[in-house]
Structure formats: C-alpha cells, structure tokens
Write a protein that binds this ligand. Structure first.
Ligand SMILES: Cc1cc2nc3c(=O)[nH]c(=O)nc-3n(C[C@H](O)[C@H](O)[C@H](O)COP(=O)(O)OP(=O)(O)OC[C@H]3O[C@@H](n4cnc5c(N)ncnc54)[C@H](O)[C@@H]3O)c2cc1C
Length: 422
C-alpha cells in the first residue's frame, strides 16, 4: 500500500514539475520570439527525422537558438505518423486519416528560424576532422552544411508498428490492405507480445469473435523488459477472456511462405492464413556508417554519451535521440521527446560555450496506456518497485483528438487535403 501511495505522490510531483517546465519554456520562447533574428547567412543545425524525438528537438531549438543560427529539418514523411493508433486502425475502419497529423503548427517557430524539407537524407559527410560539422546529402541531390546535427531517425518495422509509407494516401492504403487481410482470414497468428502485438491481437479478436487469434511471445511474460508482472497478469487475463489463444515462452519457426501455412512450436503446430509479425523493429542507423563500431550497441542502436552526443569522440557536434539510440529500457514517444529536448538544450549550450547537461532516463518516461480490446484499456506506470495498473476509458480512435491538439493541429483538419480538394 505504501509503495503505491509513494508512486502516486511521485506521479503528482512529475505532473507539477512538467507544468512548471512548460510555463518556463513558454515565457522564454515568448522573449526569444521578440529578440531572435536569423541574419543574412545563418549557420545550420540539421535535424534528420521529425517524429517524437526530432519534432520536439526542432520545436525546442527554434524557440531557443541564438540569432545567426537556423534549423533545417529533413523528414521523408508528408505527415507526423501517430504510431499508437496503428494496431487499432489495422483492424477498425473509418479513422485512418487521424493517424496522419499535419506537420508545422507544433513548432510555433519565429520567422526565419527554420527550413522544412520533405526528403530523405541519403548521406552524412562529417568534416575531415569531424569537430567542425559537415554536410548532408538528400535524395534530390541537394546538400546542406551543418554546424550541428541531430539524428532522430527512429526505427523501421511493418504495420502495425510503423506505416512503412511516406505519403498519407499510400499510408491509408496500407492500413486498408492490412484490414482486408485480417478480415479475409480465419486463423490469425500474431508473433510478438509487445504493446503492438497485444493490442492488435485483442482488437482482432474483439472485432471478429469467430476468428481464431493466436498471440505467440518469446518471453514467459507479456511485453518486454521494464514492464512488470502485474501488467502481464492484467493483459493476459484480458486476452484470455476475449478468447485469444496465448502462447508464451516460445520462439516459433515460421515457414518461408507466410501467406498460409503452419507455425511450428516446440510441441505443437498452429495454422495461419494471416500472419502478423510484431517483432524485429530495427534502428535506422544506416546514415551513421562514418562512426567507429564502438558507437553501436549489440542491438545495433547508436551508443550515446550522457550529453546525447554520439559515443565517438571524433564527432562532438553530432547528437542522437529517440528509438535509434541505446538509452535504457524505455523506448517510447515520451522518452524520445525528453531526449529531443535535452539535445536541443545541449546544442544551444555548446553554441554559447556552456557545459553539457546529462540525460538520464527517468521512470516516469515509461508511463503508458495500453488497450485490451475495443472497449478496455489501462494506464501503466512503474518506478521499478511498485507497478500501477489503472483501468481507463478509451474511445475507438484512442487519444487522437488530444494528440492532434498537442501537436498544434485542429482535429481532424488537414490543410494539405483541402489544397488537394480545390
Ligand atoms: C503500436 C505502438 C504503440 C505505441 N504506444 C506508445 C504509447 O502509448 N506511448 C508512448 O510514449 N510511445 C508509444 N509507442 C512508441 C513510440 O511510437 C516510439 O517510441 C516513437 O515513435 C519513437 O520516436 P522517434 O522520433 O525516435 O522515431 P520514429 O517514430 O521511428 O520516427 C523516425 C522519423 O525519422 C524519419 N526518418 C528516418 N530516416 C530518415 C531519413 N534518412 N531521412 C529523413 N527522415 C528520416 C522517419 O520518416 C520518421 O518520421 C508506441 C509504438 C508503437 C509501434
């Protein structure tokens, strides 16, 4: 009981401290807006990737960089792709557009403070000695010099973890195709009992009670490290109640033909005519080939210093944040945003000749919400000692309206769509 009260007090403390941080940054960015000027030949801070980490790093930078600097943000996607809803929209139709949030208004950027480029960064070419920036090349062939660089390229996966398409129209089509595949099958097998696998399996069974849904997970408990036994118990109970066939502690052998067949377990076979893999998210590190091999962890993520500079002393002006880095157990949007904020602070501090601050992952970055079918969900927090699992209400489109507003957009108005209609 005491540990739960302590956890409650800690959550309250975090809410209070986040509110005061928000107020401080609101005041300082209002002052910045009145004093900032890019000048005639601004130096560039390049941010690669505009999801949770890169979009927030950019927002913090454009509201705090000294005059004479500007941010160039390069993102290949047309819209912010809201990952949390992808399992739900892979099953339930009618909401796809809500997963694609228009870019821009979140930044509240002063004039001249940034340049947005929709393109793919193909190459990073650090300067000869590494310590004075470098340049990047995008797929159009254009190059941009940088004084500082932020790598926020995240990770790659297929639906329901990532859209896998750059443009909204193609993304909506991919969700549609995934739904067709699920709706047209009888034996659905989901491999991987992380958040995406749990949510998809529960939604599929909720939407189609007559189909067989099997969830196979390699660990004995659901989710991954950083989640405790209490959340495992809650989720497995909900899945079993829905009628999901839960297989834990098994590394299945998957046949080459993944359209239809049998999955081999240690002493069983499970038939599928729809296979959905929710495993194997890969960090997008291909651009970092210039760095020493010691700058990568065993899992292939970029190793970073506490300042979030990459762990290669040759490149003090290259920072990284989000799912692409090896920064602890928690890999989620909240954590990526925190890291983006620290990167922005450290770049501004470096420009001003100040010492770097250190990022340390905090337990509350792992606060999360998990759905357990179409009508039930829970909020989850753990400080490593106590676990907090609280039943919550969620609508069919989950937190979409709130996240659109948080990112400065009006739910569900997309100026790009209006341009196309005219
Ligand atoms: C199903 C699901 C549910 C989730 N639920 C939650 C939740 O409830 N709460 C939570 O906090 N987190 C949640 N997460 C985790 C969260 O989505 C990720 O941790 C987060 O997306 C990581 O953000 P990121 O900015 O590091 O990278 P990503 O989101 O992977 O984005 C990387 C960006 O970089 C761009 N990019 C990559 N390479 C290039 C290049 N060469 N040139 C240009 N652009 C490039 C990509 O287009 C992309 O926009 C969930 C994830 C999934 C899959």
């Amino acid at each position: 009981m005491l540990v739960h009260l302590l956890l409650f007090a800690k959550v309250f403390g975090v809410v209070f401290s986040q509110a005061s941080t928000y107020l401080r940054s609101f005041i300082s960015s209002s002052i910045h807006r009145r004093t900032y000027s890019p000048g005639s030949n601004p130096k560039n801070i390049v941010v690669v990737g505009a999801s949770f980490a890169g979009y927030n790093a950019t927002r913090c930078l454009v509201n705090s960089i000294p005059s004479g600097y500007r941010v160039i943000i390069i993102e290949k996607n047309s819209h912010f792709q809201f990952t949390w809803v992808l399992p739900r929209f892979s099953v339930v139709e009618g909401h796809d557009k809500k997963a694609f949030i228009p870019y821009g208004p979140f930044l509240r950027a002063p004039p001249g403070s940034h340049l947005w480029i929709k393109d793919t960064v193909e190459e990073i070419i650090p300067s000869e000695d590494g310590s004075s920036g470098g340049k990047i090349r995008v797929s159009s062939g254009e190059t941009f010099d940088f004084e500082y660089l932020v790598l926020a390229t995240g990770s790659s996966a297929a639906l329901p973890s990532r859209v896998g398409q750059e443009d909204k129209t193609a993304g909506i089509q991919a969700l549609h195709d995934q739904r067709e595949k699920i709706a047209g099958s009888q034996d659905i097998v989901v491999i991987g009992g992380g958040p995406a696998g749990v949510e998809l399996a529960a939604d599929a069974k909720g939407q189609f009670p007559d189909k067989n849904v099997t969830l196979i997970h390699s660990r004995k408990t659901l989710l991954h490290e950083g989640f405790g036994i209490k959340i495992h118990n809650t989720l497995s109970k909900a899945l079993l109640e829905l009628g999901v066939n839960l297989v834990l502690g098994e590394k299945p052998i998957v046949p080459t033909d993944q359209t239809i067949g049998d999955i081999e377990l240690s002493d069983d076979l499970v038939h599928f005519d729809c296979l959905i893999k929710c495993v194997g998210q890969k960090p997008n590190t291909a651009l970092v080939k210039f760095a020493a091999s010691s700058a990568f962890s065993k899992s292939g993520h970029i190793r970073i210093k506490p300042s979030l500079q990459i762990a290669d002393d040759k490149y003090p002006r290259i920072y990284a944040a989000g799912d692409v880095i090896d920064a602890g157990n928690i890999k989620n949007g909240r954590s990526a945003m925190q890291q983006g904020q620290v990167v922005a602070q450290n770049i501004v501090r470096a420009i001003r000749g100040k010492s770097q601050i250190e990022y340390q992952q905090k337990w509350w970055e792992g606060l999360t919400k998990l759905t357990m079918g179409l009508t039930k969900s829970v909020a989850y927090a753990s400080d490593g000692r106590a676990e907090w699992v609280i039943p919550t209400k969620s609508k069919i489109d989950l937190d979409c309206p709130g996240v659109w507003k948080f990112l400065g957009a009006t739910p569900f108005v997309d100026p790009d769509e209006e341009k196309e209609d005219n």
